[in-house]
Design a protein around this ligand. Structure first.
Ligand SMILES: [Zn+2]
Length: 209
């Protein structure tokens, strides 16, 4: 550990992203030993986390309480799971699910873009948060809506700017999957309007349906 890191640890101790406890060491992944063991129980069969308990509270801090430094740990975890599941990485570009301009202004950052940037860097692929845009304000997707209501709510919500996704293999990144309707609508837009050759959605956590 460098002297600079040691000093940083005294004044600004790294905090575990899952339990928020101060850690006496600093690593690429800000996960304490205790949580590192515990979170293994929260993996779904397809390699993301269940949106429950400390995973859920951690994502909520990331999303709504400006805990943007979590992106490093979350993004690296997502990249590691992808490599583990797929073996070979066959993507050209990581694209985040966009926020509407209004919501982006209000929140100040797009949490999915922060994740996609870390993943792109880790997988050595491009990052593109300009091509897929959200042009319509939508209600929060909820399980209480029927699937036809959800589809109606999202219809025409996304659009493509430019032609950067044409012929590309896209990794579509989001923080949480609730119903899957948003990812589906984004995927359709990327394929039909963006003329990408494939889309693979990847999320940090999912609400069990
Ligand atoms: Zn912890």
């Amino acid at each position: 550990m460098s002297l600079k890191t040691k000093i940083a640890n005294i004044f600004f101790p790294a905090r575990c992203v899952f339990c928020d406890e101060a850690m006496d060491y600093r690593t690429l992944y800000c996960i304490c030993d205790k949580c590192n063991i515990e979170i293994k129980n929260y993996y779904t069969a397809d390699g993301c986390f269940m949106f429950l308990d400390k995973i859920r509270s951690s994502v909520l801090r990331f999303k709504f309480a400006k805990a943007t430094d979590y992106a490093q740990t979350f993004g690296l975890t997502m990249a590691a799971q992808l490599k583990l599941r797929l073996g070979k990485i066959n993507f050209d570009v990581a694209v985040p699910v966009p926020l509407s301009p209004k919501r982006l202004r209000k929140r100040g950052y797009n949490q999915s873009a922060l994740l996609a940037k870390v993943i792109a860097n880790e997988l050595n692929i491009d990052f593109d948060d300009k091509s897929l845009i959200k042009i319509k304000e939508t209600e929060i997707q909820s399980k209480s809506h029927s699937s036809s209501q959800r589809a109606k709510n999202l219809k025409g919500a996304f659009a493509i700017k430019g032609d950067n996704l044409k012929g590309k293999r896209v990794l579509l990144v989001d923080d949480v999957r609730t119903t899957g309707a948003t990812l589906e609508e984004c995927s359709n837009t990327i394929l039909k309007k963006g003329k990408a050759i494939s889309v693979f959605p990847w999320v940090f956590a999912r609400v069990d349906t």
